[in-house]
Each structure stands twice: as structure tokens, then as C-alpha cells.
Design a protein. Structure first.
Length: 120
């Protein structure tokens, strides 16, 4: 028995190393694409409910003043939405300051969406 020549042993090693290299490149590509997709996914939009009644304002069930509302949403960085619910028994003129504040916030903050103002 003689040892096979070196040339006859090399092609097998090359084929195996190519398969390993291709597998590593594919795995690296999958990991990179998952990483990029995670970064592209936008954060979910936070939804707040503002109830406007003649007794006052209520944000998510907690009492809040108009000044606190303006300060809270003055610097919004993440996407947020405020659903506004007006009391139907509320006199029409009482809601003007609230409507003006909410419209001003919506104009100043690109990430803030306010719904419910159109109906009132």
C-alpha cells in the first residue's frame, strides 16, 4: 500500500472548504438581513384617549389640565396618536381653547396624530 499522491487528496479538501465557505456566507447574509429588518421596523404607535367634558379633561382616565397636556406632547419623538372624545352635552364655545391647543400641537409635532377634532 502506498500513500496516494498529494494531488489526489487536495480536490476533496477544496470541495469541502467551498461548501463551508458558502454556508458561512449564507448564514452571515441571513443574520445581516434580519438585523437590518429589525432596524427598519418602526416602533408601534402609542394611542392615548383624551375625553373632553364640561367637568374637565381626562387623559387615559386621569385628570389633566390643558397646560399639562401641552407640556406632555411638546416634544414627541416616537409616533403617538391622541383620540379625542368630546362630550355631546358640552357647550360649543367651551371647547375652543382645547381645540386650538390640540391643533397647534398637531401642526408642530410631525409624529403626533390627533383624531376626533373633525367631528366636533
Amino acid at each position: 500500500m502506498s500513500i496516494p499522491r498529494r494531488r489526489e487528496r487536495l480536490p476533496r479538501a477544496r470541495i469541502l472548504s467551498r461548501q463551508i465557505l458558502i454556508s458561512l456566507v449564507v448564514i452571515l447574509g441571513l443574520v445581516l438581513s434580519l438585523y437590518l429588518l429589525r432596524r427598519k421596523v418602526a416602533p408601534p404607535e402609542a394611542i392615548d384617549t383624551l375625553q373632553v367634558a364640561s367637568q374637565g379633561l381626562s387623559l387615559n382616565g386621569e385628570e389633566i389640565s390643558l397646560k399639562e397636556l401641552g407640556e406632555r406632547y411638546a416634544k414627541v419623538r416616537t409616533p403617538r396618536r391622541i383620540d379625542v372624545i368630546f362630550d355631546t352635552q358640552m357647550p360649543w364655545g367651551e371647547s375652543w381653547a382645547i381645540r386650538d391647543t390640540l391643533k397647534r400641537l398637531a401642526e408642530l409635532q410631525a409624529n403626533l396624530t390627533i383624531t376626533g377634532l373633525e367631528e366636533w
